[in-house]
Every structure is written in structure tokens, then in C-alpha cells.
Design a protein around this ligand. Structure first.
Ligand SMILES: [Zn+2]
Length: 139
């Protein structure tokens, strides 16, 4: 289950990067694997909730997905700071990714994301804010 999803995810990303639009068949396949997670990811993407911060001059990149009550930092294909990632990806290993990661991947592949440039001086301040949000998401 785990490796199958991962393979599907990799294939999808390859398709998107090659400029191939997802057809209804592969979209249906993705939906059967990820269920409402895919819909949530696509909604985040459509709403412009995926942002890439680039800090200059170091060119450090930070991906942020804006959630309902807080922002999540996503390390592409590796990590997300949400509960879903921790529970279902790390502990239960039932999913290869959370929907923030799906959204980030889709955004990167389709180049649909906000690009924000900040100075390196502000890096620590931003990281602190993302790591310690004022409100926790409970769902
Ligand atoms: Zn997440």
C-alpha cells in the first residue's frame, strides 16, 4: 500500500513536470488512492495557498502551505509539520504524504504558487513564526 501510493505519486509528478495535464483517468486513480486528501490538496492549490519563500542572498527556499488556522512548512517529498503527516505517514505509514505535501508537489509541478522574496536577515524570524503558530489546528 505504502510503496504503491509512493509510486503513483512519483508517476503523477513526472507527468505534471513533463507538462502533461492530468487526464480524468489518472485523476480518478489518484482520487481512489488519496480520497478527499487529493480534493483538499487541489483546493489549496486553486486558492493560491502554496507559497515559496526565497531568502536572499543565500537563496534558501522555504515552502509554506497556508492551512485553515495556521501555516505549514513543507519539505518537498520529505516532511510536513502537520498532525496528519505525523500520524498517517510517520506512525501508521498508511499514506506516503499529507495533503499539504500533495498541494506543494502539484504546485511545484504546475508552477502555480506565490513566490515571495525576503532578506536573509528575516529568515530566523519567519522560521520562528512558522514553528510556533499562535493557534494549533485540531482536525
Ligand atoms: Zn501536512
Amino acid at each position: 500500500m505504502y510503496s504503491l501510493n509512493e509510486k503513483l505519486l512519483a508517476e503523477t509528478q513526472k507527468k505534471l513536470q513533463g507538462g502533461v495535464t492530468l487526464d480524468s483517468k489518472s485523476l480518478a486513480e489518484l482520487r481512489s488512492k488519496f480520497g478527499e486528501k487529493l480534493d483538499r490538496a487541489l483546493k489549496l492549490l486553486a486558492d493560491g495557498h502554496v507559497k515559496k519563500y526565497t531568502f536572499k542572498p543565500s537563496k534558501r527556499e522555504v515552502w509554506i502551505v497556508v492551512g485553515r488556522t495556521r501555516d505549514y512548512q513543507v519539505l518537498p517529498r520529505l516532511y510536513c509539520m502537520c498532525d496528519d503527516f505525523y500520524l498517517n505517514v510517520v506512525i501508521r505509514r498508511s499514506d506516503p504524504a499529507c495533503y499539504h505535501m500533495l498541494a506543494q508537489m502539484s504546485a511545484e509541478a504546475t508552477k502555480k504558487f506565490d513566490e515571495i522574496e525576503e532578506h536573509d536577515e528575516k529568515y530566523d524570524l519567519f522560521m520562528q513564526e512558522w514553528a510556533n503558530p499562535t493557534e494549533e489546528q485540531t482536525s
